[in-house]
Write a protein that binds this ligand. Structure first.
Ligand code: C5P
Length: 247
């Protein structure tokens, strides 16, 4: 398929602390079947670029304390040639991505191509999921979308301010109305800039980028993702990712 755009920018937040991995090392350097999480993520974008004929420029958002480690780590690796800048991570994911957006604006102030935000920790992302999002932004006139899958489990909302253990259930939303969202989260650049400018001015934080868009009144669409696009977060996720690679 040919698209009206043949370039995309991806901001890859990679500056997490790894606290839920119970590790003092950045979880993105941990290996899944002998290859680091971040190497797998970069390879997935390179495969997408090759298979879909799209040029990709990436901005990797890293912890400023680890700048020399990252520079050394990516040196000479071909999948990192698409990385055009390292941006400074912040204390929260919203701050990290915001810095990535500002770095992209400095590099390409007149950009008209789609921008993806993709967690460095989602290393099993596949080309078809990326392609569906690219197509949504390029061809379907969508300004903001997020990869997602219908929830398989029943989800309970709990009373977050109760200090009691076990926690108390508040209510159970209708499962058929629930989606689990992932990354990529994808934007027309002008919209993304506006969202992060307003979020930074108003001090709005969220664990996902499209949640900021919703809070600020933009329509957000969910594009079919993949159940195997897991985020490496806790130690068992490494084993799950290794099992998924064998399927
Ligand atoms: O913390 P969480 O698992 O939601 O992180 C998702 C992604 O965001 C990871 O790739 C992590 O490295 C990144 N992150 C970041 N800056 C932060 C927190 C998380 O770049 N302050």
């Amino acid at each position: 398929m040919s698209y009206s755009h043949n370039r995309l920018y991806v901001i890859i937040p990679a500056a997490g602390s790894g606290s839920r991995m119970h590790s003092d090392k950045n979880k993105l350097f941990m290996e899944v079947d002998g290859i680091s999480v971040i190497d797998r993520t970069m390879a997935a974008f390179r495969r997408f670029a090759d298979e879909y004929g799209v040029d990709i420029e990436a901005i990797l958002v890293i912890s400023p304390d680890a700048a020399s480690t990252w520079e050394e780590y990516i040196k000479g690796k071909s999948d990192y040639k698409m990385v055009k800048a390292l941006a400074k991570g912040g204390a929260t994911r919203t701050e990290s991505v915001g810095n990535g957006v500002r770095t992209l604006k400095d590099l390409h102030p007149e950009n008209k191509d789609p921008v993806f935000i993709h967690d460095g920790a989602r290393c099993l992302i596949d080309s078809d999921s990326l392609g569906r999002c690219f197509s949504a932004i390029c061809e379907n006139g969508i300004d903001v979308c997020v990869s997602g899958v219908a929830t398989k489990n029943t989800i309970k909302v709990v009373r977050s301010h109760e200090d009691k253990e076990p926690v108390i259930v508040d209510h159970t939303p209708l499962r058929s109305n629930l989606y689990e969202v992932q990354t990529p989260q994808c934007f027309k650049f002008g919209t993304l800039e506006e969202i992060y400018d307003r979020a930074s001015r108003d001090g709005i934080e969220a664990t996902d980028d499209t949640a900021l868009a919703e809070i600020l009144g933009y329509e957000v669409r969910i594009i079919e993702g993949s159940y195997s696009n897991i985020k490496i977060t806790t130690p068992e996720d490494i084993a799950i990712a290794e099992a998924l690679l064998k399927t």
